[in-house]
Design a protein around this ligand. Structure first.
Ligand code: F3S
Length: 275
């Protein structure tokens, strides 16, 4: 059973199209800060087209910067502009919306709280859009001690977080404040993918979650399947499948993250059928 929504989401498809176009036709050196998506196979084929992955703009002089779907903090965009770089902005519109909402909350005088993973590039792009400092909480542990005292809190969420994390933070904040403004910035694609993975997980004996090991949304799908009490494995490619996983299992569910190409999901399906 292949879960609905497995494979590239709208934002990733859009970013890849822009990246391939820039790699083929961009001016000078064409770079991204970090891999364009969390999928090593796709990154390798983009490198063949001429898109170079760098970790900072320090050694880059001019050329083209492709901004990933996660977005970038404002100071990095300013740095690229100062270097005279052409910017191809492939920030996912849903991420852009989370950035804009955070800015709005800050302007309105709220203490901004971002629900998500502190070091995730998307979260850094959201907090990096602000003038001041936001508090990042992951929604899985009590947050009270992390928060500054404030009369007004404003909340946005990393686009790939599960709904429960946002809800947990909101219910913890509510009794602490007189005003709480929440923008549910979890993207539709994430919501649907998580729902359909959970639905599949409840119906099968074993779940396979396909996607880059460094892909936060893929890892999250894996966690959700396990939390649903299902045996589940996170794999990057079909080569990692072990026949003994399937002993005594009759039905297998397969899902993939937002940055997992359809052809990798198809290869896993074919390999499972062979086993
Ligand atoms: Fe955008 Fe959602 Fe994909 S935020 S990049 S459409 S997972």
């Amino acid at each position: 059973m292949v879960a609905r929504g497995a494979g590239f989401c709208f934002g990733v498809k859009r970013a890849l199209k822009m990246a391939f176009e820039a790699a083929r036709g961009g001016q000078g050196d064409v770079v991204t800060l970090g891999p364009i998506i969390h999928n090593p196979q796709v990154v390798a084929s983009l490198e063949e087209e001429g898109l170079r992955v760098v970790t900072s703009l320090e050694d880059v002089d001019g050329g083209t910067l492709v901004v990933r779907s996660h977005g970038l903090p404002r100071r990095v965009l300013d740095e690229a502009a100062e270097k005279g770089m052409t910017i191809v902005d492939a920030t996912c519109p849903f991420v852009k919306q989370a950035q804009d909402r955070a800015v709005q909350l800050e302007r309105e005088g709220h203490a901004v709280v971002v629900v998500g993973e502190e070091d995730h590039p998307e979260v850094l792009s959201i907090t990096g859009s602000l003038e001041g400092v936001a508090t990042v909480v992951d929604g899985t542990s009590p947050i009270v001690s992390d928060l500054p005292e404030a009369d007004r809190y404003g909340v946005v969420c990393q686009t790939t977080q599960p709904q429960e994390h946002l809800s947990a933070v909101v219910s913890e904040l509510l009794p602490r404040t007189r005003e709480l403004k929440v923008f549910n910035t979890i993207c539709e694609a994430t919501f649907e993918r998580q729902e359909s993975a959970l639905k599949a997980a409840r119906e099968v004996d074993l779940m396979l979650v396909v996607g880059g090991r460094n892909s936060a949304n893929t890892r999250r799908l894996w966690e959700l399947c396990r939390e649903a009490g299902r045996d589940a494995y996170h794999i990057e490619t079909a080569d990692e499948l072990e026949p003994e996983w399937f002993e005594g299992k009759e039905e297998v569910g397969i899902t993939g993250g937002a940055s997992t190409p359809q052809w990798i999901v198809d290869e896993v399906v074919a390999a499972v059928e062979r086993i």
